[in-house]
Design a protein around this ligand. Structure first.
Ligand code: UDX
Length: 433
């Protein structure tokens, strides 16, 4: 199949590369000329395991191309994927300016049957809007607009796409549904064909549900601390119930990233516009914001509420491991607050140091764990990187000024930390003093 993917962000680039890996001819389009130059040379523009290898392989085998001109690939493509950004506006609403711009360009170029597919997460009803814009730009009306939301996770984007758990195809056109089913069958047998509005809603409902699971377990964690229970065991016990499952029940400092915060607030906004007050998701958002600051309360508790002049080592800046993505990372709220309270912060992340400096003012980063903890009064763990799961606390104790660890991701057992002689405070478990 000949495919064109507009937008080479996370979703567009990964989808384009994976479609080509399955034997399709794919051209990825982006207005950013510099980005296209890099991609043409086989250089991945995002940090994602396995991406660069597949990129190079498919370019050299002639199935994957890049251009900054949509007109170069539009005519010969059967399916056009729209994967441009939909950043949140101040009021939480998704900003559709890039989607609308692409729809105008498509309207100007279209002269033969095309299947136009939205992969970007868009408010319910956007498919109809795209259809309307194309119709306004062109008298050629032989095209279908399909919603095909993407569920990949950063850090395992290639794996998630190559082994997708389901493909959602939202269209009233049986012709378009057939083509997209054929395109997705090499990836999964779980194919849901429905109307566009339902497909658009599936994406928001899925992300909001996962965010709800996280905020739910974080509230349970807060309660566990008050009644002497251990949230990790509670989650384990709950998870054996197949109806609940173990995933997304890891208590911590809350979710971040480019999807959950944006999609929950967009869902609240979609509901408001439809005249519905979506109470649960509003509370999920509030719980998530408060949870970020819990780690600061814990640090304050370790120092009798006086943090001025304290040297604090922060391990982890990215919103989750295996990515350099700082979008809506808890560190973005936590570190400025620590600095405001008078702490001297030295931070280390295996890959996100540079990106973090762009979004956290006055951030001092160091290239190793050791340099971060040298002389520190406290160590804060914000991201559950593998590297932070196997720290040698006997050696660490020798270089820190005070043996205080505040663990926002529950990476260690409180009993082990007690044996190592540390003050250890984590989420939803007993504090070792
Ligand atoms: C998410 C969805 O998982 C994916 O399907 C969708 O397409 C995009 O949004 P992503 O943002 O890449 O993917 O990350 P994910 O692994 O889902 O984690 C999101 C956030 O939740 C991270 O900040 C993570 O630390 C946090 N999280 C996750 C928890 O705090 N506890 C958990 O149990 C799971």
């Amino acid at each position: 199949m000949n495919i064109c993917v507009i937008g080479t962000g996370y979703v567009g680039l990964v989808s384009g590369v994976c479609f080509s890996e399955k034997g399709n001819n794919v051209t990825c389009v982006d207005l950013d000329v510099e980005k296209i130059k890099k991609l043409k040379n086989g250089t991945a523009t995002i940090y994602e395991e396995g991406l660069e290898d597949l990129l190079k392989k498919n370019i050299s085998e002639g199935r994957l191309k890049f251009t900054s001109e949509l007109s170069e690939c539009f005519n010969q493509s059967d399916v056009i994927f729209i994967a441009v950004g939909t950043p949140p506006k101040e009021n939480g609403e998704a900003d559709l300016q890039y989607i609308k711009g692409v729809a105008v360009s498509i309207g100007q170029l279209i002269s033969s049957y095309k299947i136009i597919v939205t992969k970007s997460t868009v408010p319910v009803g956007t498919g109809s809007l795209i259809k309307q814009i194309i119709a306004e730009e062109s008298s050629f009306n032989n095209f279908d607009v399909v919603s095909n939301p993407e569920f990949l996770r950063e850090g395992s984007a290639i794996f998630d796409t190559m082994n997708m758990e389901r493909a959602i195809i939202g269209t009233e056109s049986s012709k378009a549904a057939e083509v997209l089913r054929d395109l997705h069958l090499p990836f999964t047998n779980n194919i849901v064909i429905t109307n566009r509005e339902t497909a658009e809603m599936i994406k928001y409902a899925s992300n909001a549900f996962l965010a709800t699971k996280i905020s739910f377990i974080n509230e349970i964690a807060n309660l566990c601390e008050l009644v002497g229970a251990d949230v990790t065991k509670v989650a384990e016990g709950m998870g054996y119930d197949k109806r609940i499952g173990h995933s997304f029940l890891q208590a911590g400092i809350g979710y971040g990233g480019s999807c959950f915060p944006k999609d929950t607030s967009a869902l609240v906004n979609i509901a408001e516009k439809a005249g519905y007050n979506f109470r649960i998701v509003k509370d999920v958002e509030k719980v998530n914001t408060d949870q970020r600051y819990k780690i600061i309360e814990k640090l304050q508790a370790a120092f009798d509420n006086d943090l001025s002049g304290k040297n604090v080592a922060v391990l982890g800046l990215a919103f989750k491991p295996n990515t350099d993505d700082m979008r809506d990372a808890p560190a973005v709220n936590i570190i400025p607050e620590l600095i405001k309270m008078g702490c001297q912060v030295k931070a280390y992340d295996p890959v996100a140091n540079e990106n973090a400096k762009m979004v956290i003012p006055h951030l001092h980063t160091v290239p190793t764990v050791l340099e971060a903890i040298d002389g520190a009064d406290a160590l804060l763990i914000l991201t559950d990187w593998q590297e932070f799961k196997k720290l040698d606390f006997h050696s660490i104790g020798k270089v820190m000024n005070k043996n205080v660890v505040i663990d926002g991701r529950n990476l260690y057992s409180p009993d082990d930390m007690k044996k190592a002689g540390f003050y250890y405070s984590s989420i939803g478990r007993k504090t070792i003093e």
